[in-house]
Design a protein around this ligand. Structure first.
Ligand SMILES: [Zn+2]
Ligand SMILES: [Zn+2]
Length: 387
């Protein structure tokens, strides 16, 4: 049998079958057959022809997955446009963990769009104070992108507990470290305008306000704060009850002492804003002060002071009942001399040129006399027992 005859017979058979089954087979070859491809069995599914966007509705049709056939004219359906994106949470407190709020997307009819129609990614969702958002990229029945902002804030730092120490012209504010705070801002508070004025920022745990008036009441507040990566600052709150009151000390009075007999009189000039004064005696050996009296007057009379040299200090007290500084440079010196009276008993010898207070001062035989008689006789005081 001829090979060519066999081949033409097979071809004729295939052609006959093809005609018999209708347009089932297509010959996509160079043999001259030009029939468009058709399915043996259509696989119809609904698919978006024009995906919806945030601006426009789209539509879907029932198409054959394999060929381009459309089911029928009534298969077209509108896909309503995208209306909104909401997040399950829009504000987080920084804790070092990535934040992934749940995304809900709705179309213009209020229907929730199924999650298979988009993918969500998060931008800057770990650090605080950045441009943080969820990015929604649509697919399937929808196209386009949307973003939804949310924020991650550092927790407000705690309020520092402030204590104040005053001198006559300065207030030193001190506080303990607030966990995580980077800086502290010091404010002075005006009680009449009820306003705070920032006066300094510091990293330190104390701040001294200088050039203040003596005996005057001041109010301060310290806030701790962080600076976030977008340069926003997160401050501990202002609350009036956290104001710290500081009353500067009065200036230490300059005292002048005068002595009359055993009475020492102290006088001083009025000190600004002083409510009262206290008089102290200073012991130069022990370097200690002993309170003698309290007064609102500008002088003090101290009777029955012992013979000898005395040092006194007067402290002026402010409205917080805190006294002006203990300051040795403001001590007043007073010398109380032994009182001598004409009738005072002295001791003399028959031949001596001195008079004595002590009857056993030397080895001589002493006779009682009076100071007046001894002086009249031209005797001079003994260097040893008469001061
Ligand atoms: Zn098909
Ligand atoms: Zn003597």
């Amino acid at each position: 049998m001829n090979m060519k005859k066999v081949m033409s017979g097979v071809l004729a058979l295939l052609l006959a079958c093809s005609m018999l089954l209708g347009n089932v087979y297509a010959f996509a070859d160079d043999s001259g057959w030009d029939t468009p491809p058709v399915c043996l069995e259509h696989n119809f599914v609904r698919m978006p022809v024009k995906p919806a966007t945030t601006k426009e509705d789209g539509y879907s049709e029932i198409h054959c997955k394999n060929c381009d056939a459309v089911l029928d004219d009534g298969s077209r359906q509108v896909i309503p446009s995208i209306k909104s994106v909401t997040l399950s949470c829009t504000q987080y407190t920084y804790d070092g963990k990535a934040k992934t709020p749940k995304v809900t997307v709705k179309d213009r009819t209020g229907k929730v769009i199924a999650a298979e129609n988009y993918t969500v990614s998060y931008v800057n969702n770990k650090a605080a104070g950045k441009n943080t958002y969820a990015k929604i990229v649509f697919k399937g029945n929808y196209s386009g992108e949307m973003t939804a902002k949310f924020s991650i804030l550092l927790a407000k730092p705690a309020k520092p507990k402030v204590s104040a120490k005053t001198s006559a012209s300065a207030v030193k504010l001190s506080w303990k470290k607030v966990t995580g705070a980077q800086y502290y801002r010091i404010y002075s508070y005006n009680t009449s305008t009820k306003q705070y004025k920032g006066i300094a920022n510091t990293k330190n745990l104390s701040y001294t306000v200088k050039k203040l008036k003596a005996g005057t009441t001041y109010y301060y507040l310290v806030r701790s704060f962080y600076v976030m990566s977008n340069n926003e600052k997160s401050y501990s709150p202002y609350t009036v009850k956290d104001n710290v009151k500081a009353v500067t000390l009065c200036a230490a009075p300059r005292v002048k002492a005068s002595v009359s007999g055993k009475t020492v009189t102290l006088k001083w000039a009025k000190c600004a804003n002083a409510k009262f004064y206290k008089v102290f005696q200073y012991n130069a050996k022990t370097k200690k002060y002993t309170a003698l009296k309290r007064t609102t007057a500008l002088s003090a009379k101290l009777s029955a002071q012992a013979v000898g040299t005395h040092y006194y200090l007067v402290r002026a007290y402010n409205s917080a009942s805190t006294g002006s500084a203990y300051s040795t440079k403001n001590l007043a010196k007073a010398v109380v001399k032994a009182t001598t009276t004409a009738s005072k008993t002295v001791y003399i010898t028959r031949t001596g040129k001195r008079y004595h207070y002590d009857s056993k001062c030397g080895n001589g035989t002493y006779y009682k006399s009076t100071l007046a008689q001894a002086k009249k006789a031209g005797l001079t005081p003994c260097q040893k027992c008469v001061h």
